[in-house]
Structures are given as structure tokens and as C-alpha cells.
Design a protein around this ligand. Structure first.
Ligand code: ACK
Length: 948
């Protein structure tokens, strides 16, 4: 700001003179020029100048000064300078007071002085000098000019202070600001956003000592509906909008939207157009799509397909989806004749789902037959349902059949066990097309319908396995025909038997009549033809898997060119892979479970039939994995299948396949009509010839020779693990637990922590866990003994500990009653203490073969043990002997009858035993069997020259 003050003469020696400048404009000046007289002291003083906000004051002087040399005759009194003074006061002062406290600012000299010539030429040599005055702190001040003998004309005096002027930077207004007196410090000033702008980062400027704005920081941006123009925020014009604050322009309204007012922040959708909730307010407005086109239905077997093409008008959106709505329109209203429609059954299955489909097709399953379904396919997008626009529907009506609905009749429970329930129902009749099968859906009642299982059966009966004991299940059944499903039967609730309650109302299921019905035979034939293709596919896959297996063996063992080698499933990182490789997956609908035949470690064992399309149906045994299993149990259970699946021998139980992809998990093996060998023999005591028994042993030897050639060690060879078919063929089974023996009730824990069936196991395997094919040979000898004694328990009731001790002391089982010596000798050979002294399975097999070829010679005449047969000690007294066979209670009977030495009893017959008062048949047999063995040993000892 410029401040000038016209001063007044203090000493009347400065004259106020008005002159004309070069352009003839008047200029007012104060002049003094007493150059001829010495001791000049002429003062000119300003009026009182208010300081206002100033801290530092500047004085700009414009003046002319005469060159002393250009004035003729002047003495040394002529000067070419004058002095500038100032005085600060709170109030205006009198002239006297002024004189005393005045302070000098500077002596001012002229840069340019003028001469007489200049005057004549009218050239004005004007000087401008600026001086800083202060710091000023009082309310006002005076300026004073002292002339000490110069010739001066003071043209102007400008008094001012510096300030940073009000400004607008980055849409923020900064006010006038006075800098600090200290020229090195800046004044920080916060700006205020201009109208319709908002702060982003606090706007700041710094005011420098020279009145310049420095270091701009922060900024303001225009608010919504406004955009920057010429440093201002101006409102957006109608037809445009700005939705977000920022330094962006106003945008034109997007398609199908408009704004009618200034400063619009949004453009509103035109009538009939919408934005979805998720849409940004800046995008174009859209509308619901038109209806899908070309809706067609296809009915194929048991599935109904709907297909359509997308609508012509997608409404301007890409999020188009389809909803399929279903109605059953069965009858007509009697009065109005209008078709009655109702929502479809809730369990109609839509694949992938009924609503929010992104593809233009859907498959519908489980529909009822004989029904008129109307399907409405609705096209929808993100703005469907926002306005009042009608739904975009395409409709199609599908008739699933001609006749009335066919329902399954009353479902009955035939029997229930702990883990199974057998159901049957009357065969569905009056169906328009062939029955494909029945579907039985079931779930635990307590679980509501949270998870349900289903099984299919071709017959009007089923055994549902894998259930929990003492649990109520809800069942319902429906028929599947080529044209679709019937409706479900009502719900039926049946419970499984309580734990410990073996069977409840057990009876055969009606599976057998499936094969009797001519109609059904025809159906099976049709299904077979249809699925032959599938079957061929399977065979190819199986061949591929076999080839893979061979390659593996070739690579792994290099022995393949001679034998297959057993692959331990435990060597697979993922045991499921072993199951996949060695066991084929069976479609559960090919399995018809008929009855429960026993209980295993993992669940029930059932019998039933397997009907693989393209193959004769066969009787099978089905081992099930009971519900509620954990993953490890599932693996252990399936481990048996991955072992069994590697074997192919007439005397090894054959694996048909597994069911792992649905519940219950099952292992399906060939059915052995006579069940386990031990119970089979016990039930037919004495009913077979020796040759028949030898035939059974031979079968087992064939199986074991195969297994040992494969490098497989069974570890649990026992009559209970041999199965017998209707032709008395014996097959080795039970491979699942051959490593850990958890499921063998005979297996006991040993000192080394393993679980071992002591009575069947070789001493080195018990003592050091040294299992081998020759330890299997020991077990084989025990099985021979079991066979010849018709299922007698080896070592009878002796404790496991006593068995181990007596074996260690050299005792061996005596020949069973009626057992040819040769066979007992073979047993003894298998029980050699030194494992390498025992025969190998192939030797056992050829021995039995000879026996079978020439039974008379071998069985009757070969009474002498082979040369390498070791000695087995006899028990010293009758008491010891009876103790060893756990028949101590009969000591008195023997003594009372006069039998005191072993020799005396060696000739006893069965009648003799009965006569001395031993009535129980089992005891009679055990004693007689032991006596026969004693007889052999006596004979052997006598031959050696010893006396008993
Ligand atoms: O002595 P079993 O009737 O014969 O009782 C048991 C029961 O299941 C539990 O294991 C019988 N079993 C096991 N596998 C078969 C099979 N493949 N064929 C016939 N019965 C079998 C076994």
C-alpha cells in the first residue's frame, strides 16, 4: 500500500511550489535552495502517519538536486545531500516535543544532479531513493527532512509497508498477510476453500518477508455437482452431472438417464429404465430383458431337458440369468373347466439348479409319470423386478405320460439286524412302460432330512445295509420307468436291532423271484444289451490298468516275465489309489443284497446277487462298512480289496469289485455256499472220507502255493479263514487284516506288541515277529489238524501261554482221531522248530497230490515217519497227559478203571472211553484223538529201543 503525506514547513525555509512536468502536467513540490548562505538548517516534517499493521515501513523519496558545481559564485556552503529522520509516537505531538526525540534514518544523496543547462533544456533529473524505517512499534510516526545547504526539490514521498496480498490458490482463498519483521521467518497461512469446494489436504501458503506467497501446500477440490472453471467451482449444467467431488469435469448423462437442474450429482433413469442396487450411479440405465426364445423340451428316459435361446433384448445388461418355474397342471376345475395348476413336487431335481441359471438349458430328474408339467422359463437380469414391468417368461408344457399315477404299495419290513433292514413291497402294476428299478430313499429319523441316502433295486425288495444299531430310519420308495419316476410312497419308519441283538425277524428277501418273472427277465436282457457298451468300456479300462500294473512290476522287480508279484497297498502314498488300481468299482444298482450272513470287524457280511450287464448274474458275499466310520476304518476296510484284487487263483477267494463311491461302502466277493471251513466241518463231524478231507487240504495248499509264489505272507492262515463252496472247494480268504490281525478274535497281543493268533503261529513269528512263507507253512499244519479233527480247537482249552511253553518244550499236537499217520507226519513236518526244516508249500502240495493219486498205498502202508522226523516227547503220567489236553477231571475215571500207564491207554477204543464214564462226545473225541497220537509216538519210541 502506498502512503504519501504532504508535509508542512516547520521552519518556513522549504517552499511549496507547483511546477509543470515535461508533459505540462502540474506537479507539487517542496523546494529549498539557500546555497549562498552558510549554516543552513531547514526542516520539513510530515504529518502524523498511523502505523496500521506495518512492522517494517519503507519510504520512497523522489527528488531533484542541483549540482553545486553548476552554480556560479557559490562558496563552500553548497551541499548535495539532505537527511531523513523519523519519530515514533502513540499520539500526534507539538513541534517543540518533536525536535527533541527525532531519530536519523540516513543521509540521502542524489544519483543524478542537474545543471543550469538542464534547466534551460527543461530536463528533469529525478532521483528515487528508498529507505527502510523502523522497526515501528508505536501507533504512528513522523518523517522529517533536514536540508543543510543543498538545492532540492522534493517531488514525492511514498510511505508504505509490504504484505502478501489476498490470493486464490488451488481453489483456496488466502487473506492479506503482513510478513514477520524477521526477514528469515515465514508466516504460515491456512486457506479457505472457495464456495462449492471441499478440502482434500489442508491448503496452506507461507508469506515471505518481501510480501511474496511461498510453498503452496494442500488443496481444495470442487464438490459434487460442481467442476472447476477459472479458479472457481461452477455448477454442472442440466444434462450433465458430477457424482464425486474432485477436479474432474461434469459428465454428460449416461444412456437412458437425464438431469434437469443445475449442479446435478446424478442423472435419473428415464421411465422404464433402472439401475440395479449394485450398479454405480454413473452407469447407463437398463431394463429387464425380453423373454427367452425357442424354449423346447426333450424327454429322454428318466430325464427331462429344457433348452432355450437368449432373449433378443438383454435390456442393455450382461448379468442375464434364467429361472425355471414348474407347475403341475393335472385336472380341470369341474365348474369352470379351467385347468388346475399347482406348484410341482418339492423333490423334483433340477440339474444344475432351478434358479439363477447362467446357461440356457436345464435337466429335470425325478419327475412323476402321467403328469402335465408346465415349465416357465423366466429371463431376468439385475433390474428385473425393480419396476412394474411384466415378467419375461417363455412357457412349455410337458406331458410325462398318459396313464394315471402309479404308486408303490405298502412297504413292509421283513427283518432287521443291527446294521441292516430288509424291506419289501408289492410289485408296482399298471405302469405304462417297463420298470427300470425302484429307488429306496432313507435317512435317520433324528437327522430329519439333513442328509439322505438312496439305493436302487430291480426287485420289489431290498436289504439296506450300513445302518446304525437301535436307530429309526425313514424310508420311501418309488418306481423308475423308462418314462420317469412315479410319486414316492408315503414315509415308513423302521428301526434297526439293538446292539447285541443279532437279527430280528430275519428271512430271505424276495430277490429270487426277480429271476423268475418273465417280464423282468426280458427287462434284464434289455438292460444288459444297453449296458454292454459300458461293460466293454470297463474291460478296456481294466486291461489298461493291468498293463499299468505289469509295467510297474517290470520296472520295480524285473521278475514279471515269470510271475506277478504282490504289491503291498501300504506302499501307496494314497491307499485309495491301490483300491482303484486293483479293485473295480461296481455300480451299486447291480447288487441285490438278500440277507445278512454274519458280522465282521467293519460291518455285516451279506449274501446277494451281482448282476453286471452282459454277464450272468452270480451269487456274491457282500462285506459292508457300517455307518459312522472314520477315514482310517474305511481305508483298512478297503485294504483287503486292494490285496484280494491282485490274486487270481481258483483257491483264493475272488474279488468281484468294490462300491466306494456311494454308501454303504462294500466289498463284493464270490459267494461260498458252505461258509467258513471250521464251522462247516464242526457241523458235519465225521461225514467225509479221508480223501475228501485231503482234497480240501490240497485246495488250501494250492492257494497257499500261489500266495507264497506271489511273495504274499498270509499271517492268519486258519480254518476260520478258509471258505468252502458248494463243491467242497476250499479257498483262502481274509486278507484285509493279515498285517495287523485286528479282526481275528484268535489274535492275541504278544510281548513285542503284535496281535497274533498264537495257536496257529510259528514260534519264531510269536517270539520275534519273523513272519515268512514257512511260518505260513506252520499255520498250514494247524489247518490240516483242524480239518482232520473236524474243526476241533487246536490245543483245546489250553491257555495261549501253555501252548507257547509246550511248543517250546517240543510238544506237538497229536494226530486227530482217524487221521492217517502220513498226514500227521506231514503236520509234524510243518511244525519243525527250525523254520528252514519245514517243507515249502509246493512240497506239501506234491505230497498231497501223491496221496490223492495213490491213497491206498500211502494212507494205509506208510506208517513210519520219515527219517528226518524229530522226536516228540510223551507225557510221563496219565495225570500229566490228561492235564495237557485239559481233561484233568477224568483222572479218577482212568485210575478207577485200572489205566495207570500210557502204554495201557494206547490200545483204548471209543467204547473203552465211554465205558469208563466219559459221556460228552467232544471229550470222548479229544481223548481218543490224543490216544491215537500217543500210539504213534509210542510206536516211534519203541522202534528206537526206548521203553515207556
Ligand atoms: O461261517 P460263515 O457262514 O462264513 O460266517 C462267516 C461270516 O460271513 C462272517 O465272516 C461268512 N462269509 C464271509 N465271506 C463269505 C463268502 N465269500 N461266502 C459265503 N460266506 C461268507 C463267513
Amino acid at each position: 500500500m502506498e502512503q504519501t503525506n504532504r508535509g508542512r514547513l516547520a521552519d518556513a525555509t522549504w517552499d511549496a511550489i507547483t511546477e509543470m512536468d515535461e508533459q505540462n502536467r502540474p506537479i507539487h513540490t517542496f523546494q529549498v535552495c539557500h546555497v549562498m548562505e552558510p549554516n543552513q538548517n531547514n526542516w520539513l516534517r510530515s504529518g502524523w502517519i498511523q502505523r496500521q499493521a506495518a512492522q517494517r515501513v519503507y519510504v520512497e523519496l523522489r527528488f531533484t538536486l542541483r549540482d553545486c558545481n553548476s552554480i556560479p559564485w557559490v562558496s563552500g556552503t553548497c551541499k548535495e545531500t539532505f537527511n531523513l529522520f523519523y519519530l515514533q509516537t502513540e499520539e500526534p505531538l507539538s513541534a517543540v516535543a518533536f525536535q527533541s526525540r527525532i531519530m536519523k534514518v540516513d543521509t540521502i544523496a542524489a544519483d543524478e544532479s542537474f545543471t543550469q543547462t538542464d534547466l534551460g533544456d527543461r530536463v528533469l533529473r529525478l532521483n528515487t531513493e528508498v529507505r527502510e524505517v523502523g522497526p515501528v512499534t508505536r501507533r504512528g510516526f513522523y518523517l522529517a527532512f533536514q536540508d543543510v545547504g543543498a538545492c532540492i526539490a522534493l517531488v514525492s514521498v511514498k510511505v508504505f509497508y509490504k504484505r502478501c496480498p489476498s490470493t486464490v490458490r488451488n481453489l483456496a482463498v488466502f487473506p492479506d498477510t503482513v510478513p514477520h519483521t524477521d526477514s528469515s521467518s515465514l508466516v504460515e497461512v491456512r486457506g479457505a476453500c472457495v464456495e462449492n469446494a471441499e478440502e482434500r489436504d489442508t491448503p496452506k501458503l507461507y508469506c515471505g518477508a518481501d510480501g511474496d506467497w511461498l510453498v503452496p501446500l494442500g488443496r481444495c477440490v470442487c464438490s459434487i455437482g460442481h467442476a472447476e472453471m477459472d479458479g472457481d467451482c461452477r455448477a454442472c449444467k442440466p444434462g450433465s452431472f458430477k457424482a464425486y467431488s474432485g477436479n474432474t469435469e461434469c459428465s454428460k448423462c449416461p444412456s437412458h438417464s437425464s438431469s434437469h437442474d443445475q449442479a446435478a450429482t446424478i442423472c435419473h433413469c428415464d421411465k422404464g429404465f433402472y439401475r440395479a442396487i449394485k450398479d454405480s450411479s454413473t452407469v447407463a440405465c437398463t431394463r429387464p430383458p425380453s423373454a427367452p426364445r425357442n424354449l423346447v423340451s426333450l424327454i429322454n428316459d428318466t430325464a427331462l431337458f429344457l433348452q432355450w435361446t437368449p432373449p433378443i433384448d438383454t435390456g442393455g445388461r450382461e448379468d442375464i440369468t434364467y429361472n425355471v418355474l414348474c407347475q403341475r397342471c393335472d385336472g380341470r376345475d369341474g365348474d369352470s373347466g379351467v385347468t388346475q395348476c399347482e406348484p410341482c413336487e418339492p423333490d423334483l431335481r433340477f440339474i444344475p439348479r432351478p434358479l439363477s441359471l447362467t446357461a440356457t438349458s436345464v435337466a429335470i430328474l425325478d419327475f412323476a409319470t402321467h403328469v402335465n408339467y408346465t415349465f416357465h422359463v423366466e429371463a431376468a437380469n439385475g433390474v428385473s423386478g425393480l419396476g412394474v414391468s411384466p415378467r419375461s417368461l417363455a412357457n412349455v408344457t410337458v406331458n410325462t405320460n398318459q396313464a394315471g399315477p402309479a404308486l408303490v404299495g405298502v412297504v413292509r419290513k421283513d427283518w432287521a439286524s443291527q446294521n441292516s433292514i430288509a424291506l419289501s413291497w408289492p410289485e408296482a402294476e399298471k405302469l405304462p412302460s417297463e420298470i427300470v428299478d425302484y429307488e429306496v430313499k432313507y435317512f435317520e429319523k433324528e437327522q430329519e432330512q439333513l442328509s439322505y441316502s438312496s439305493t436302487r433295486t430291480k426287485n420289489p425288495s431290498v436289504v439296506v445295509t450300513g445302518l446304525r444299531p437301535s436307530t429309526v430310519y425313514v424310508f420311501h420308495v418309488r418306481v423308475r420307468t423308462a418314462a420317469g419316476y412315479t410319486a414316492y410312497s408315503p414315509n415308513y419308519e423302521f428301526a434297526t436291532a439293538a446292539e447285541g441283538n443279532e437279527h430280528e425277524g430275519r428271512r430271505l428277501c424276495l430277490c429270487s423271484h426277480w429271476l423268475c418273472s418273465r417280464k423282468e427277465k426280458a427287462l434284464i436282457f434289455c438292460v444288459e444289451i444297453k449296458k454292454l457298451v459300458l461293460c466293454q468300456g470297463y474291460i478296456k479300462a481294466r486291461m489298461k490298468s493291468e498293463e499299468k500294473r505289469r509295467t510297474r512290476f517290470r520296472a520295480g522287480h524285473g521278475l514279471y516275465f515269470m510271475f506277478f508279484t504282490y504289491v503291498d497297498p501300504d506302499t501307496y502314498e494314497d491307499p485309495t489309489q491301490a483300491v482303484e488300481e486293483f479293485a473295480k468299482e461296481i455300480d451299486p444298482s447291480y447288487i441285490c443284497i438278500e440277507r445278512v450272513i454274519g458280522a465282521g470287524e467293519f460291518g455285516e457280511v451279506c449274501s446277494g446277487r451281482l448282476h453286471i450287464p452282459g454277464r450272468m448274474d452270480i451269487a456274491v458275499a457282500i462285506k459292508t462298512l457300517k455307518g459312522g466310520y472314520v477315514e482310517q476304518q474305511r481305508r483298512d476296510f478297503l485294504r483287503e480289496a486292494s490285496i484280494m484284487g491282485q490274486f487270481d487263483n481258483p483257491n483264493i477267494i475272488r474279488l468281484e469289485g468294490v462300491v466306494t463311491r456311494s454308501r454303504p461302502v462294500m466289498i463284493v466277493v464270490e459267494y461260498m455256499e458252505n461258509g467258513a471251513l471250521d464251522s462247516f466241518l464242526r457241523a458235519r463231524d465225521g461225514q467225509f472220507t479221508v480223501l475228501q478231507l485231503v482234497g480240501m487240504m490240497r485246495g488250501i495248499a494250492v492257494g497257499m502255493t500261489y500266495l507264497s509264489d506271489m511273495g504274499y505272507i498270509h499271517r492268519d492262515l486258519a480254518a476260520r479263514n478258509i471258505l468252502v463252496d458248494e463243491n467242497l472247494v476250499c479257498k483262502v480268504s481274509d486278507f484285509g487284516m493279515s498285517r495287523v490281525l485286528e479282526d481275528d478274535t484268535e489274535a492275541a497281543y504278544t510281548a513285542t506288541g503284535g496281535k497274533i493268533p498264537i495257536r496257529w503261529t510259528a514260534p519264531e513269528a510269536i517270539a520275534y515277529g519273523k513272519f515268512s512263507s514257512v511260518s505260513d507253512v506252520w499255520s498250514y499244519g494247524i489247518v490240516m489238524w483242524e480239518v482232520m479233527s473236524y474243526g476241533e480247537r487246536p490245543y483245546w482249552e489250553m491257555s495261549n501261554q501253555d501252548v507257547i511253553l509246550s511248543i517250546d518244550e517240543g510238544y506237538r499236537l497229536p494226530a486227530p482221531m482217524g487221521c492217517p499217520v502220513t498226514l500227521h507226519q506231514l503236520m509234524l513236518h510243518c511244525w519243525q522248530k527250525e523254520s528252514n526244516q519245514r517243507p515249502r508249500f509246493n512240497t506239501v502240495l506234491s505230497f498231497l497230490d501223491k496221496l490223492i493219486i495213490n491213497p491206498k498205498v500211502t494212507i494205509d502202508t506208510c506208517r513210519h515217519p520219515p527219517d528226518d522226523m524229530p522226536d516228540y516227547p510223551l507225557f510221563i503220567s496219565i495225570g500229566d497227559w490228561l492235564d495237557s489236553i485239559k481233561m484233568s477231571q477224568y483222572k479218577n475215571n482212568f485210575l478207577a478203571a485200572g489205566y495207570t500207564t500210557l502204554d495201557s491207554i494206547s490200545t483204548m477204543s471209543l467204547d473203552d472211553i465211554r465205558r469208563i464214564g466219559i459221556c460228552l462226545i467232544g471229550h470222548q473225541r479229544r481223548i481218543l484223538s490224543s490216544i491215537q497220537s500217543l500210539r504213534l509216538q509210542l510206536h516211534h519210541i519203541q522202534q528206537s529201543g526206548f521203553q515207556v
